[in-house]
Design a protein around this ligand. Structure first.
Ligand SMILES: NC(=O)c1ccc[n+]([C@@H]2O[C@H](COP(=O)([O-])OP(=O)(O)OC[C@H]3O[C@@H](n4cnc5c(N)ncnc54)[C@H](O)[C@@H]3O)[C@@H](O)[C@H]2O)c1
Length: 335
């Protein structure tokens, strides 16, 4: 489908579900961006889930988002159960503003929902020449190291740095693959890769449904489990949001709003070394890229480089949408 037609359709759907024009545009643009960078796990596959939650009033379509200024650097946002895209957009705008003013911005968000890819927000801070960290917690998917039951989310860690060229953006789940990839495989009847999830009895499975009922494996064993825990503390405990496995699953749990928490940290890289920062980061990347290549590698990429290429390659192409998702979109648009 042509990008402009898809955008118009998505805006129409979100507007029918009572989001304001501005909020509908934000949501449409993020869903399209996920498709363009081929992160389909966070694209159109989630549209019905967002609409279902709005219909049940678990996402507030007309939130009154409150930004409490604690200092010139620190803000605390009550997102009033807004759709996560809108709360996170409000927060990154504030974090950028704070860092531009004082050198550092720290913005916590409570009462939010699933916000898509952390790189959506990191990208914007990096484009304003800031270093950025984004954290969000998510519903239970990983068993803490030594536990039999899932409790931590796939809690992503995102770190972005301006490089003077393509931004360096490391944006990774603390699970081996993100949960959306398993959700999408389940929806489209596909298998998941071997070794990323266990079934309910603790055996490795490639069946998406079994994986959703079982648990996903963390990156690097107990280290990934520790990082997922860290993100739960930063995004959940620190911000005043749900934590410790209480964040509700947006697909399966309709007993209340998700109450996801996010934390954004923005840093002006000039604070310590002035304009030298860009000179030194370029040098740093050059050193790494010049290393002799391991077997099978013709180049060394830094995080974010490949996704940037994919985005540019797809920018003017039509977006391919599986028939099952097209049908869902038509049904959502028919209300
Ligand atoms: N909102 C939520 O609740 C939530 C939860 C979990 C994950 N997510 C999102 O899902 C995405 C992560 O999914 P994933 O863990 O499957 O990620 P992934 O494996 O696709 O990528 C992880 C990171 O590795 C980098 N990378 C990939 N190939 C590389 C290469 N060849 N060389 C160097 N770097 C490379 C990527 O740039 C990226 O920064 C993130 O965007 C994250 O924000 C969101």
């Amino acid at each position: 489908m042509k990008k402009n037609i898809l955008r118009a359709k998505l805006i129409q759907i979100f507007s029918k579900y009572q989001l304001s024009k501005k909020h509908s545009e934000i949501c449409a643009d993020y869903l399209i961006k996920a498709e363009l960078i081929e992160a389909k796990s966070h694209g159109l596959i989630r549209l019905k889930m967002y609409c279902d939650r709005i219909k049940k009033r678990l996402i507030n379509p007309r939130p009154k988002i409150k930004i409490k200024k604690l200092t010139s650097s620190i803000s605390h946002i009550d997102a009033d159960n807004s759709i996560g895209f809108v709360s996170a957009q409000t927060a990154i705008n504030q974090a950028i503003k704070n860092a531009k003013k004082t050198g550092i911005g720290l913005v916590a968000v409570k009462k939010s929902g699933h916000y898509g890819l952390s790189s959506f927000y990191a990208d914007q801070a990096v484009k304003k020449n800031l270093i950025v960290f984004c954290f969000t917690n998510a519903p239970p998917a990983l068993a803490p190291h030594g536990a039999k039951k899932s409790l931590f989310g796939t809690n992503p860690i995102c770190f972005g740095v301006p490089t003077g060229k393509v931004p360096f953006i490391l944006d990774t789940s603390t699970s081996i693959i993100n949960r959306g990839k398993i959700r999408r495989a389940h929806k489209l009847g596909e298998k998941i890769p071997y070794g990323v999830a266990l079934n309910k009895s603790g055996k490795i499975t490639t069946n998406a449904k079994e994986a959703l009922l079982g648990s996903q494996l963390p990156i690097a064993s107990f280290k990934g489990s520790g990082l997922a825990w860290m993100v739960d503390i930063l995004s959940g405990v620190l911000t005043g949001s749900s934590h410790g496995g209480k964040t509700k699953d947006p697909f399966d749990d309709f007993t209340g709003p998700q109450n996801v928490g996010h934390l954004f940290i923005t840093i002006d890289p000039k604070v310590f070394v002035g304009l030298n920062f860009i000179k030194e980061i370029k040098k740093n990347i050059k050193i790494v890229k010049k290393l002799p290549k391991a077997k099978g590698f013709s180049s060394i990429l830094y995080p974010g480089e490949r996704k940037n290429k994919v985005y540019k390659k797809n920018l003017n192409k039509d977006i391919s949408i599986p028939s099952k998702i097209l049908k869902e979109m038509d049904e959502l648009n028919a209300i």
